[in-house]
Design a protein around this ligand. Structure first.
Ligand code: GAP
Length: 441
């Protein structure tokens, strides 16, 4: 399993998906950069999430700031022990571990004696303005949803919404994780895609189940294998400090079952606390009953990078020989990144059969320029055509277009399908339409 992780990490680096942050300075713990292909994959995940969410009734988007008044974090409970990891430190090697990662009372690295557990708050502190004193302290947001709660009244009134409704947001969140690990699984800077659903308390249980099903369906519709997904109900005592009910959607990573998304019934915890701390009346006025009440909140929250990691692991396949027909390739292991067509970072590769024939190269570049405005395309002329197909398969490219000598006479090209490897000829004039049809979500 460690071997599979190594291969996945190596592919992600080698093919320009993910780089350690500030690599030329030796990296920076728990922070990663997304290269050209990682950017595309991340972007596609966010777009599909937005599209899916917006297809529901009564959902509006928001883009709130990362920096907020520090009172927000007092009201939300994030500055207390509720948003803290319990840590122990090894007295010999001084490495720190989350208490729940330790079995027994010895350091898992060197066997040394460990200290008593201590709470460590996860909020990332910063200073605003010129003076670095306590009055200037604020925090990089630890979850994006707080921006939604503090804008709840604006959105409700200005968008003339009625309960139930939802607000969605995608944005950066920061946590001073003490022990970031498992590549991009747990990092200090990440993006969240959150949906906050405001509803009557008596409908909260119904909407909790509704959103749970919707979110599981999202992963399955995007091709994630059912056997690698499961739902785990989190018992009282282990839940987030704001959650009355909580389930985690877990994915079976090479390093075990781990949470990729949390679904929470936050009750009226957030709105009632923000009302108390801000002095604003955040209750909803129900015109029909004439009653005022705090709406309850059902939340779905997923890290973009965690989802990306799960999609990446799920799509990763090694095929021993067989796929490519050339005898040389048969013994080799081929990698196929079988990402859903809506997620694949590169949709179309344009390949001249050989690169030392100027007429072929010229035609291939014309085809590439024709397709570029419509699809994320890559032009590749280096190496044998078989090798180039495999390079495309490795990053999940859906279609490879080959320009050969027949193209010059007949104005047609071959399209090779990533999964079936079937090839068919198609007129250049019909190519854009055919590809649009093939890539339709
Ligand atoms: N607003 C609710 C909330 O933030 P959470 O369970 O703490 O809930 C939600 O986080 C999701 O955010 C997680 O399921 C995970 O996908 C992602 N996430 C949380 N901490 C993360 C970290 N340190 N690195 C990467 N992703 C993280």
């Amino acid at each position: 399993m460690a071997e599979k992780m190594d291969k996945i990490i190596s592919l992600a680096k080698r093919r320009g998906f993910i780089f350690p942050s500030s690599e030329i300075y030796g990296g920076f713990g728990g922070v990663y950069d997304f290269g050209p292909l990682g950017f595309e994959l991340k972007q596609n995940i966010k777009e599909v999430w937005l599209r899916t969410m917006k297809s529901q009734e009564n959902i509006v988007p928001l883009d709130s700031a990362i920096l907020m008044n520090p009172k927000v974090w007092q009201a939300s409970g994030h500055l207390t022990a509720g948003f803290a990891d319990e840590l122990v430190e090894c007295k010999s090697c001084h490495k720190r571990f989350k208490t729940d990662e330790i079995k027994g009372n010895k350091c898992p690295e060197c066997g040394g004696e460990i200290t008593k557990p201590k709470k460590f708050n996860l909020m990332m502190k910063t200073f605003v303005g010129a003076v670095e004193d306590e009055a200037a302290v604020t925090y990089l947001r630890g979850e994006t949803c707080q921006g939604i709660y503090v804008n709840y009244l604006n959105i409700l009134n200005l968008m003339r919404l009625k309960i139930p409704f939802g607000v969605i947001q995608i944005g950066k969140a920061f946590r001073n994780e003490v022990n970031p690990k498992n590549f991009i699984f747990r990092t200090r800077e990440f993006e969240q895609m959150e949906m906050e659903w405001f509803c009557e308390s008596k409908e909260a249980a119904h909407f909790f189940d509704f959103w749970k099903e919707q979110r599981m369906k999202w992963y399955e519709d995007l091709g994630m294998k059912k056997e690698n997904l499961r739902i785990v109900e989190i018992p009282e005592g282990k839940r987030a400090h704001y959650a009355k009910k909580q389930i985690d959607i877990e994915y079976h990573f090479p390093f075990g079952w781990k949470e990729i998304e949390g679904i929470h019934n936050r009750g009226d915890f957030d709105l009632s606390n923000h009302a108390k701390h801000s002095g604003e009346d955040l209750r909803y006025f129900d015109e029909e009953s004439g009653q005022k009440y705090f709406p309850h909140i059902i939340e779905t929250s997923v890290g973009v990078e965690r989802a990306l990691f799960a999609f990446f692991c799920d799509a990763y396949q090694e095929i021993k020989g067989g796929r490519t027909k050339t005898t040389k390739a048969v013994k080799e292991v081929e990698i196929l990144l079988k990402l859903d067509k809506s997620l694949a970072p590169i949709k179309v590769a344009v390949l001249p059969l050989v690169r030392n024939k100027p007429k072929l190269v010229k035609k291939a570049k014309e085809v590439y320029q024709m397709l570029k405005p419509h699809f994320t395309c890559q032009y590749d002329e280096l190496g044998s055509i078989g090798r180039r197909y495999r390079r495309g398969d490795e990053i999940g490219t859906i279609a490879a277009i080959t320009i050969d000598f027949e193209t010059l006479e007949k104005e047609d090209v071959t399209i090779r399908d990533r999964d079936s490897m079937a090839q068919k000829r198609i007129k250049i004039k019909d190519l854009t339409k055919t590809l649009k049809e093939k890539l339709k979500a």
